[in-house]
Design a protein around this ligand. Sequence first.
Ligand SMILES: C[S@@+](CC[C@H](N)C(=O)[O-])C[C@H]1O[C@@H](n2cnc3c(N)ncnc32)[C@H](O)[C@@H]1O
Length: 310
Amino acid sequence: MEHTPVLLNEALHWLNPRRDGVYVDATVGGGGHAEAILERIIPGGRLIGIDRDEVAVEAAAARLARFGEAVVLVRQNYAAIKEVLRTLGLDQVDGVLFDLGASSMQFADPTRGFSFQEGGPLDMRMDRRQPVTAADLVNRLGERELADLIWRYGEERWSRRIARAIAGSRPIHTTQALAEVVAGSIPRRQWPRGIHPATRTFQALRIATNDELLNLEKALPDAAEVLREAGRLCAMTFHSLEDRTIKHTFLRLSRGCTCPPGASACTCGGKQWLRILTKKPVLPSPEEVQRNPRARSAKLRAAERIVTTA
Ligand SMILES: C[S@@+](CC[C@H](N)C(=O)[O-])C[C@H]1O[C@@H](n2cnc3c(N)ncnc32)[C@H](O)[C@@H]1O
């Protein structure tokens, strides 16, 4: 299944790719956004596409083959963006795009374990070289730790009941078995409207298995640092935890020094890297949501690297 790029026109508007520019798609996935960026930057421009999933890198390579040497694809965690660029001999770029979360390709493949629509192994690793799977978390964590994880990363108010039910049904090895345990632990009258009762638990396990928020917290300041002056940073998110992380990190990076007024010297080390361009997150149009229901929870935020006047 091909991944339909979300908020494509909006991402292009805010990233504002220019001919000859060097851009990083930090979550290249199936290459949808990357393709549209490349169309605007060639000839002369270059796109570095990063993804930690080998299947995504292969899909992007096939889709972007016609751009030849204008594309470099790297299988890596975007938390290593600085090292990736250093290895390629680049210290600055004109823009970085993050389109967060899992792709339709990952959700659609039952062997990856992201979805409970079809049975599959409880895996959820974006990078299958990494040792810990969702099954390891489900079967090895203490009940309390599991409840905390489901609460923190799934914002699931039934986390304690769910963790108790999981602990009482272990070992659990398939997505369907887990979805049934979770659904059975929430009173039917309290099932959320419009989503499967296991959706939040699956989200929590996916975030934890892939360390998604920690990677993002590391990657955003590094991405801001590698931007050229007036270079753009755009991030698209699909749930409130990611959006909060983007919003707070952009705010912190736009604030600079937070030492008390009148301090004789800066001791906080805070540097003003960014100017926020989108005061409120940009949302998809109703037409896009109708065309692609996956877009319904998407939000885009953009910022620009501060221009320092000498
Ligand atoms: C929503 S998809 C991107 C889709 C892409 N924009 C397109 O148009 O096809 C997100 C991608 O980010 C990748 N990803 C998530 N976290 C990552 C990380 N920490 N490092 C590198 N890639 C990551 C996933 O493997 C997935 O392929």
